[in-house]
Design a protein. Structure first.
Length: 256
C-alpha cells in the first residue's frame, strides 16, 4: 500500500495533454506528463521535483516506472481536448485514444476552459477567457457549486466585445462573477467598465492561476467520471471552437 508521501510524489515531465488515474487504498492518484497529483481523502497533494537527465527515456514509461505502476494499473485516462494549440490537441487525443484502445481503459475529455474554471476552487459564476488574438477569445461561462461544475452556459469563441454583451444580457440571479485566463487579464479594464452595472462584485484570478494545469484537468475529469461522463476512445473528440489559422486565412485573409 502506498504511503501518503509516495502518493504525493510529483515528477516534472514534459509531454502531451493526457492524464492517467488509478485508485489505491490511500486514495486516488493522477499521473500526467507535467506531474503526479494525488487525492487522499478530501485533500490533494502535489509537489515539484526535477527530472533532468531522462530525455532519452520514453517519457510516459518513465512516468509509470517512477511510481512503480504500469498501464495495467490505470483505471481512467483524462485528456485536455481544447481549445488551444491544434497540433497539441491532436497529439494528446491520439495518444490517449491509443492507450485506451490497447488496454480498454475508459476516457474523459475536458475542455481547457472548464479546466481553467477549476483553478479557482470556488463556487458561483465563473467565466474562462483564453486569448485567441485580434480581440478574439475562446470563452466558457460556468456555474460552480462546492468547487464542482454544476452548469455550462456556453462554450464558444468570439470578439471580446460580443462576449461581454452576451454576459451582460444573460438572465442570472448572481450578483458577482469571477474571470480567469490570459484573456481575462488582457481585457480586465474593458470587462470592468462594461459589466460593473450588472454585477456588484467582479473578481479576477491571480496571475498564477490563469493557465490551465494538470491538477485542474484531473479534478474536472474525476468529477465527470463520478457522474458517469466517460466512454471509450470514440467518445474523445477535440474541441476546436473555431477553424485553424490556415482555414481562416483562405476565407478572410485580411482578418485572421
Amino acid at each position: 500500500m502506498m504511503t501518503k508521501e509516495q502518493l504525493a510524489k510529483t515528477l516534472n515531465v514534459s509531454g502531451g495533454q493526457f492524464r492517467f488515474f488509478t485508485e489505491t487504498k490511500e486514495g486516488m492518484i493522477s499521473l500526467c506528463p507535467e506531474n503526479v497529483f494525488a487525492w487522499v481523502g478530501d485533500k490533494g497533494y502535489s509537489t515539484s521535483e526535477s527530472n533532468e537527465g531522462e530525455d532519452d527515456e520514453p517519457k510516459n514509461m518513465g512516468l509509470f516506472e517512477s511510481v512503480n505502476l504500469t498501464l495495467n494499473d490505470i483505471n481512467l485516462i483524462a485528456c485536455a481536448k481544447g481549445p488551444g494549440s491544434f497540433t497539441g490537441i491532436r497529439i494528446g487525443i491520439a495518444t490517449a485514444k491509443a492507450f485506451s484502445d490497447v488496454k480498454k481503459i475508459p476516457v474523459v475529455g475536458v475542455t481547457s476552459l472548464e479546466g481553467l474554471a477549476y483553478n479557482l476552487g470556488s463556487s458561483g459564476l465563473i467565466c474562462s477567457l483564453i486569448d485567441a488574438k485580434n480581440n478574439n477569445v475562446y470563452y466558457g461561462l460556468f456555474e460552480f457549486e462546492n468547487n464542482e461544475l454544476k452548469n455550462t452556459f456556453i462554450l464558444s469563441s468570439d470578439n471580446i466585445e460580443n462576449v461581454i454583451t452576451y454576459i451582460d444580457t444573460l438572465q442570472t440571479n448572481y450578483s458577482s462573477i469571477s474571470f480567469i485566463g490570459d484573456g481575462a487579464y488582457l481585457y480586465k479594464n474593458l470587462i470592468v467598465s462594461k459589466l460593473s452595472n450588472k454585477f456588484n462584485n467582479i473578481t479576477f484570478a491571480e496571475d498564477t492561476k490563469n493557465l490551465a494545469n494538470s491538477i485542474s484537468i484531473a479534478k474536472a475529469a474525476y468529477n465527470k467520471y463520478n457522474h458517469g461522463e466517460f466512454g471509450d476512445s470514440n467518445s474523445l473528440v477535440p474541441t476546436y471552437l473555431r477553424a485553424c489559422q490556415a482555414e481562416r486565412s483562405i476565407k478572410n485573409p485580411e482578418n485572421v
